[in-house]
Design a protein around this ligand. Structure first.
Ligand SMILES: [Zn+2]
Ligand SMILES: [Zn+2]
Length: 350
């Protein structure tokens, strides 16, 4: 049996590089030699024990690579050896009603702990050297894009999903709360859609980074009342759309208070801990506020995110905090855990 290297979560704060069985492909699959996989907040939370999984577990869901083998049922006009690809939606089943109507991100059989990619360990499988991938889960990467940039297609696709759900209009006043990578992607896309974007972020370094990207209007919630400030900046009206990308419940409450009449509030982040918030139902009623959530992404979002990166409409380079190798993944995880870093990318097969 041929073996390959993979990074396995064996316990909280125990991430080991091990040899596991290299996957073999089925007739409608390709073998992807992975080149890059980003360490998402989700994997960081597995590492720290905030996200509970059954060990052993193989993480990694923001990955890119190259096709090195194709099954005999794969249309060679569409996919061939040497094609550079992003792998996405590995844990959606493709068969349930939500998947069939194009909402793979809401797959009813979804679990991070499904066994996918031909692996004999549960989990999404991106932190390994190879994956067996059904062709429906492949997205094409332009030659101009590095594997590291391509690995950010998945987080961008989740933001595309959020943006499309919130349906930003030309000229909207948009507030983005938090400017980690997800907040920054929301800001970039909202600007692309013709909105005025206000950044609400307590960290001085992040605020000045956002300013360097051209987002001049920022709020420091540690020295200013963010709700008050948003009202001031919008002639007392409030924001048309608010995206909260921060994991703190109290901030979600503020997001609702920032909304203009007919405003939309998107709860994008997950909340840790999931503390209930208080919202005045009458305010929602009178203001006709739309309160929404967004999680994951569908195939359509992946295609859009892939095009945004392939065409250079979104530049992912500023969000790559650094790289590491599979062998040194623990060190890379320590760097990723630093709240100041954007994405640390694990490189394989280099
Ligand atoms: Zn992710
Ligand atoms: Zn499904």
């Amino acid at each position: 049996m041929t073996k390959m290297q993979a990074a396995i979560f064996n316990d909280v704060k125990k991430l080991d590089v091990e040899k596991i069985e290299k996957p073999t492909i089925r007739p409608n699959e390709v073998l992807v030699q992975l080149k890059a996989c980003a360490l998402c907040t989700w994997e960081q939370r597995v590492y720290t024990g905030v996200n509970e999984v059954q060990f052993p577990f193989i993480g990694g869901h923001e990955e890119s690579g190259i096709i090195v083998e194709t099954g005999h049922e794969v249309d060679s006009e569409l996919w061939k050896t040497g094609d550079r690809v992003v792998v996405g939606l590995m844990t959606s089943c493709g068969n349930c009603e939500n998947c069939r109507i194009g909402h793979e991100g809401s797959c009813t059989n979804f679990s991070y702990e499904n066994r996918v990619g031909g692996l004999n360990v549960r989990g999404m499988g991106g932190l390994a050297e190879y994956l067996a991938v059904p062709v429906s889960k492949l997205f094409p990467v332009a030659d101009s894009l590095s594997y590291e940039e391509a690995a950010l297609t998945e987080p961008l696709s989740c933001v595309v999903h959020s943006m499309d759900t919130a349906d930003v209009q030309l000229g909207d006043n948009v507030v983005v709360i938090g400017s980690g990578i997800m907040g920054a992607f929301h800001a970039l896309l909202a600007r692309q859609e013709g909105a005025r974007v206000i950044i609400d972020e307590p960290d001085e370094k992040r605020r000045s980074f956002m300013k360097s990207l051209g987002f001049e209007e920022t709020i420091d919630p540690l020295t200013q009342d963010p709700v008050q400030r948003v009202k001031e900046l919008t002639n007392g009206k409030g924001a048309d759309v608010i995206f909260n990308t921060v994991a703190i419940s109290k901030i979600a409450e503020q997001a609702v208070q920032m909304a203009a009449i007919r405003g939309k509030v998107m709860l994008y982040s997950s909340y840790h801990p999931d503390t209930p918030i208080s919202i005045s139902p009458n305010t929602l009623h009178r203001n006709m506020t739309k309160l929404m959530g967004s999680a994951n992404s569908d195939s359509t979002d992946f295609f859009k995110a892939m095009k945004l990166l392939n065409n250079g409409t979104v530049d992912a380079k500023p969000f790559i905090a650094g790289t590491t190798s599979l062998e040194n993944i623990d060190e890379g995880m320590q760097r990723a855990l630093n709240p100041e870093s954007y994405r640390v990318i694990v490189q394989m097969n280099r």
